[in-house]
Design a protein around this ligand. Structure first.
Ligand SMILES: [Zn+2]
Length: 340
């Protein structure tokens, strides 16, 4: 089922009278999705020297991650980011995940080549690179409350999080989005970005506007790209899909769930570790409070590709070869699986 079959209630987007909830002005450290902590204004700095700014040409290669960790047997269950939950992975989600516990702790990763084809011919994919590097310079605008849907008001946007070395989440998101755009276009898709580039002079867009971009171009799939800001011991990615909220996301909940599974499994296939510190503890989360998800009338997921505050996750997230050859490649594979 494609998005065209689930848009029948587009017109019912509306505020819920008397149900407004003010979430607050604080800039969330957890990448703006509100899952943990706060960060002070202006915490995001410009990209540090530690982060390479050079693009890596796509192509098959094997690259050692900067944080070479002891190898873990592939069959080992995913340990949690918190010591107390490391005994056994929990399976509390209702998502019919095909693969949730198989992951490799990579000391190397395989950078996948760009695949050319027509799998996405005629399709429109919206990529939403989270935040914007200039948000910290426009706090009054960024902190303005907007309608996040489902009776909730939230800040227009946040600065996002950053690695301990100062590499901003917004840059991770943009680099992966641009790489994924090339890969999706190589499969025939038309790709629309919700913000054009990483630019200190720019801010936003607001979360509600991001969520509506896909509606305006009749997108077949929307992928919002983020990286989390969790405690340093937490690791791994998780895919957030919209809960089914009547009048808001009930029309897109089912296809969004399929998109979430497709992207999740593509990331696992790429050797990525599902986060066990959040949500349903298997790399999935379901939210009804995210404006970007609530405003979408098209199948949509938000991906937290790793934990910026984990040194080992950060080493991957800031590696240009990983950004393209693993993250962007997996996003592309997931979208192809969903739409193909
Ligand atoms: Zn974020």
């Amino acid at each position: 089922m494609r998005s065209r079959s689930v848009r029948s209630v587009r017109s019912v987007r509306r505020a819920v009278p008397g149900a407004a909830v003010v979430v607050g002005l604080a800039l969330t450290a957890a990448c703006g999705t509100g899952s943990a902590g706060t960060v002070t204004a202006g915490a995001v700095s410009s990209a540090p020297a530690a982060a390479s700014a050079t693009a890596t040409p796509p192509g098959p290669s094997v690259t050692a991650t900067p944080s070479a960790a002891p190898s873990v047997a592939p069959a080992a269950p995913a340990p949690s980011g918190t010591p107390s939950a490391s005994a056994s992975p929990k399976r509390t989600t209702s998502a019919p995940a095909r693969r949730t516990t198989r992951w490799n702790e990579p000391t190397t990763f395989q950078a996948l080549p760009v695949v050319r084809g027509r799998a996405l011919a005629g399709m429109v994919v919206v990529l939403d690179p989270g935040h914007q590097i200039g948000n910290s310079r426009h706090l009054a605008k960024v902190n303005r409350l907007v309608d996040a849907g489902n009776g909730i008001r939230k800040a227009c946007n946040t600065t996002g999080t950053q690695t301990n070395g100062g590499y901003p989440e917004s840059k991770v998101a943009m680099r992966i989005a641009l790489a994924a755009k090339k890969r999706l276009e190589a499969q025939g898709a038309k790709v629309v970005l919700t913000r054009p580039r990483e630019d200190v002079a720019l801010w936003g867009p607001c979360i509600d506007a991001r969520g509506r971009v896909g509606n305006g171009v009749d997108a077949d799939a929307v992928v919002s790209i983020h990286a989390d800001g969790a405690p340093a011991t937490a690791r791994g990615f998780h895919v957030i899909r919209p809960a089914s909220v009547k009048g808001w996301t009930d029309d897109i909940a089912k296809p969004s769930k399929r998109l979430a599974i497709a992207v999740h499994d593509a990331l696992v296939d790429a050797g990525q570790r599902p986060a066990t510190y959040i949500g349903s503890h298997d790399g999935y989360d379901v939210r009804s409070d995210l404006g970007t998800l609530n405003w979408s009338d098209q199948p949509i997921v938000m991906i937290e590709l790793g934990n910026m505050r984990s040194a080992r996750d950060a080493a991957m997230l800031t590696d240009p070869t990983w950004q393209d050859g693993v993250a962007a490649a997996a996003i592309t594979a997931g979208v192809v699986d969903f739409l193909g």
